[in-house]
Design a protein around this ligand. Structure first.
Ligand code: ZN
Length: 288
């Protein structure tokens, strides 16, 4: 099954609901980076969140970056999505390992530690929008919820999950975000709270074979759920030699000459897909 995202509204437009299945995307990140199961869970949750968040971008050329920096052994997580839900990401320490937590789940909070979460929305303007919050749990979903509440003043429920099988390969991944729009009454708020607390986890639902539409139905069928659209999402890196050249040019003439004189060339590796780009001495000199 292909990965995709479903957008919907409910409660007469007072609820925004978005759900996604991201199993292939997360599997691909695991293969690309050789991630441990714990790193897969941490990056997979963050990529799922970014894919869902990207559907709220307004412009076609807009991008969203979710960056998590904590003092735990994973070091940091960086995920970028464009408005078409082409998602790419990496973690600083892909082999991070910790015992399962007291609930028998991946200890993502332990891997992330204490720190902050950044959301950068690049909308092609001179200055991107940057939202910055301290991590409240390090489990990612709670941190995204807190980001929306604190930075964008939107009451939000976030649920993200990555399930791996006995051979430590991704079996299913996905999530949902529900948001209350202006005009949502107390009854709607209480309804959502009760509902979210009464349903199985996202990974539980996905492993039962539930699709994103089914999850939205389970959550909101009593609130006049209306599906808006369904669109694919995927793991994709858009790096190119041209982009790498531009990042070398941005170093400035002096720095480039230093590299030429000491290393006689350069090899740049993309953090997101590990592709290598080699620049000879002549290549570098031509960029000055
Ligand atoms: Zn790349």
């Amino acid at each position: 099954m292909e990965d995709y995202i479903v957008r919907a509204t409910a409660g007469n437009g007072t609820i925004r609901a978005i759900a996604a299945v991201t199993t292939n995307m997360v599997k691909e990140s695991q293969n690309t980076h050789g991630l441990s199961p714990l790193a897969t869970a941490a990056l997979g949750r963050t990529m799922t969140a970014a894919a869902i968040m990207s559907t709220m971008l307004k412009g076609e050329g807009d991008t969203i970056t979710v960056q998590i920096k904590g003092d735990g052994p994973i070091g940091g997580i960086v995920v970028v999505s464009d408005s078409q839900a082409n998602v790419k990401g990496y973690v600083h320490h892909p082999l991070v390992y910790l015992p399962l937590n007291s609930q028998g789940k991946f200890d993502v909070a332990g891997a992330v530690g204490k720190g902050y979460l950044n959301v950068i929305k690049d909308m092609g303007l001179k200055e991107p929008y940057i939202g910055y919050v301290d991590l409240v749990s390090g489990e990612i979903a709670e941190d995204i919820t807190y980001y929306y509440a604190f930075s964008e003043q939107i009451p939000t429920v976030t649920s993200l999950g990555v399930l791996t099988n006995a051979s430590e390969i991704v079996a299913s991944a996905g999530g949902f975000i529900l948001q209350l729009m202006p005009g949502a009454d107390e009854e709607t708020i209480a309804f959502i709270e009760n509902k979210v607390n009464s349903i199985p986890s996202v990974t539980g639902l996905l492993s039962e074979g539930k699709l994103p539409e089914d999850i939205l139905n389970i959550l909101l069928s009593e609130k006049d759920l209306k599906i808006i659209d369904k669109k694919p999402c995927r793991y994709m890196c858009n790096c190119s030699r041209d982009r790498m050249e531009r990042s070398i040019i941005s170093l400035g003439k002096k720095e480039i000459l230093d590299i030429v004189n000491t290393d006689h060339g350069a090899e740049l590796q993309c953090h997101f897909c590990n592709k290598k780009y080699r620049f000879s001495e002549e290549d570098l000199l031509s960029l000055i």
